[in-house]
Ligand binder design. Sequence first.
Ligand SMILES: NC(=O)c1ccc[n+]([C@@H]2O[C@H](COP(=O)([O-])OP(=O)(O)OC[C@H]3O[C@@H](n4cnc5c(N)ncnc54)[C@H](OP(=O)(O)O)[C@@H]3O)[C@@H](O)[C@H]2O)c1
Length: 340
Amino acid sequence: MAAMAVSAIAGEQAEIMRAAVRARWGKPEKVVEIDDVSKPKLEDDTVLVRVKAVSVNRADYYMTVAPGILLRPMIGGFLKPKMRQLGTDFAGVVEAVGKSVSGYQPGDEVFGAKTPAFCEFVAARMFVHKPANVSFEEAAAVPVSALTALQALRDHGKLEAGQRVLVNGASGAVGTYAVQVAKALGASTVTAVCSPRNVEQARRLGADRVVDYTKEDFTRSGDRYDVIVDIGGTHPWRHLRRVLTPNGTLVMVGSQRRNNPLIGPLGYIFRTALASRLSKQKATFFIAKFNKPDMETLRELLESGKIKSVIERVYPFPEIADALQYMGEGHARANLVVTF
Ligand SMILES: NC(=O)c1ccc[n+]([C@@H]2O[C@H](COP(=O)([O-])OP(=O)(O)OC[C@H]3O[C@@H](n4cnc5c(N)ncnc54)[C@H](OP(=O)(O)O)[C@@H]3O)[C@@H](O)[C@H]2O)c1
């Protein structure tokens, strides 16, 4: 729906648009609603994008419920969120181009990251062209999750061609990209750990071996991996290091199974990083960082078909709270996308 000019403020017309907002921390179905907010203004170094699709990440769920009471000030407000709006990943069509932006024009299809993104328009700096072979829904799923997978394997796991990779939590948003990115970077074998309903999907994405975690504990397999990307956070360091090569690296991406009510995942992350100091095997945690070169890399991987977005459900915008709620249950199959 188009943004409307509705009121006059200081002689100027303020334009509004629809956005997903929440005024307090809580379960998505209780706190998230659609409201009118100001439409963002085009700045010299931004493009104004009419949003076609957004994806719901686990971070968006955390930004709604706020896990770890003591972490709340860090993620934006102790008693209530300072920022009402939500979301980061978007795909859409450029409406207007800032004076200092080159290479883009109105009508271009783009995808990228901008907080907040769960709204009809974003004024974005971090975006690239959407490949023609990829839908808006597929492109919107990419930024946070695929960027995390890329940086986990390439920058923090230092993955080299010919090495062996295990992805624990291979059926979620980050994990489905991690399996594909590991193959694209030349891993000799990729082992995917997931629940039984996602075994076939992991094979289709290119996993050489799939471990059903309800039947087998991968830390007792006797196999060894150069890089473990741990998205599930299901095993302690002393078990994980059994299946790392002597110089192998554990890259901790998430740890929802080990969240503490006060400090969320921080205790587990610090304990693991500290324990690994005594060993040649490394354990590292990182927070993915947006940058244009990595977004271009993802665009190329999409264009060449080396990575594809897996989307379990597409929700209409008015049902965005349902998407957040489902994401919070922890077993979404890859990506959840919302369309406008
Ligand atoms: N560090 C960063 O920069 C960064 C960036 C993005 C996300 N994250 C974090 O990464 C985590 C995952 O994010 P996501 O978006 O991929 O979430 P997600 O889509 O909900 O995926 C989580 C996956 O974990 C799997 N899982 C649940 N129990 C498991 C078990 N016992 N063993 C193995 N896998 C299990 C689930 O698969 P099944 O349904 O098959 O059980 C689910 O697909 C979150 O904690 C998130 O906060 C971190």
